[in-house]
Design a protein around this ligand. Structure first.
Ligand SMILES: CC(=O)[C@@H](O)[C@H](O)COP(=O)(O)O
Ligand SMILES: NCC(=O)COP(=O)(O)O
Length: 237
């Protein structure tokens, strides 16, 4: 079974646009769960452009599915994660000014750095996933860090899917096969949508979780949040 974790970053983007509490991020998370989402993902960036650290603190006591916190493991981020103790933390190498996540970890160059951070996070009982490109050597490096899972960075897949699905999925299938052989759990995310999700699911055996935000929230503007969550869930059946 592949779980759908709804990333609610863009709910917070809309809320922050006017300075009030509309839409209510906590209520949106609870509604996504009520509509069938099996997880809630947030990515509190250093500039708090969307999800704020306070949102994470407000969400933790009320989220009843899996709570996944994504971010670059800065001291402030790690302090927040250790305070909240989510079911999962997903480490990404984003620069503070990145417009969005745009690369996976170099798990060979940063292996010692990641190994130490992952050990600390696992010690608090949080599952750790790290964001990686679909490159077998990066998957092999990830296995050496002690991470529980990898999250395959699917921007390239999404970009190439419409033109040539088989070519787009090939590196992901190879990376996933190596990950399974190394005992790593497989998550995936970034730019997944209603066009490309089913093919990804069909071609990545053992895919445990997809975290989807931008396209899902955009779709919900036209199709409604409840309907949209259930449309995404149907792609994973
Ligand atoms: C890691 C990843 O690809 C996404 O989870 C990321 O959180 C998207 O960030 P923005 O919502 O800021 O684009
Ligand atoms: N880890 C991917 C995620 O949480 C959402 O990415 P996107 O769907 O907003 O591109």
């Amino acid at each position: 079974m592949t779980k759908l974790s709804v990333n609610i970053n863009k709910i917070a983007t809309l809320r922050n646009a006017r300075g009030g509490n509309r839409p209510d991020v906590v209520q949106a998370a609870l509604d996504c769960e009520r509509f069938g989402a099996q997880g809630i993902t947030v990515h509190p960036r250093p500039d708090e452009r969307h999800i704020r650290y306070q949102d994470v603190l407000d969400l933790k006591p009320v989220v009843t599915t899996e709570f996944n916190i994504e971010g670059n493991p800065t001291p402030d981020f790690l302090e927040l994660v250790k305070k909240v103790k989510p079911e999962q933390v997903t480490l990404v190498p984003d620069a503070p000014d990145a417009i969005t996540s745009n690369a996976g970890w170099d798990t060979i160059k940063h292996q010692a750095y990641l190994k130490e951070i992952i050990s600390d996070l696992k010690a608090i009982g949080t599952r750790v996933s790290i964001f990686v490109d679909p490159v077998v050597e990066m998957v092999e490096g990830a296995a050496q860090t002690g991470t529980d899972r990898i999250e395959l960075y699917t921007e390239a897949y999404a970009k190439n899917f419409l033109q040539d699905p088989a070519k787009a999925i090939a590196p992901y299938a190879a990376a996933a096969q190596r990950a399974v052989a190394l005992g790593l759990g497989i998550n995936a995310g970034h730019d997944l949508d209603l066009d490309n999700l089913k093919y990804l699911k069909q071609n990545i055996p053992g895919l445990l979780e997809v975290s989807i935000g931008h396209a899902l929230i955009c779709d919900a503007l036209y199709l409604g949040l409840e309907n949209t969550v259930q449309l995404y869930l149907r792609q994973l059946q």
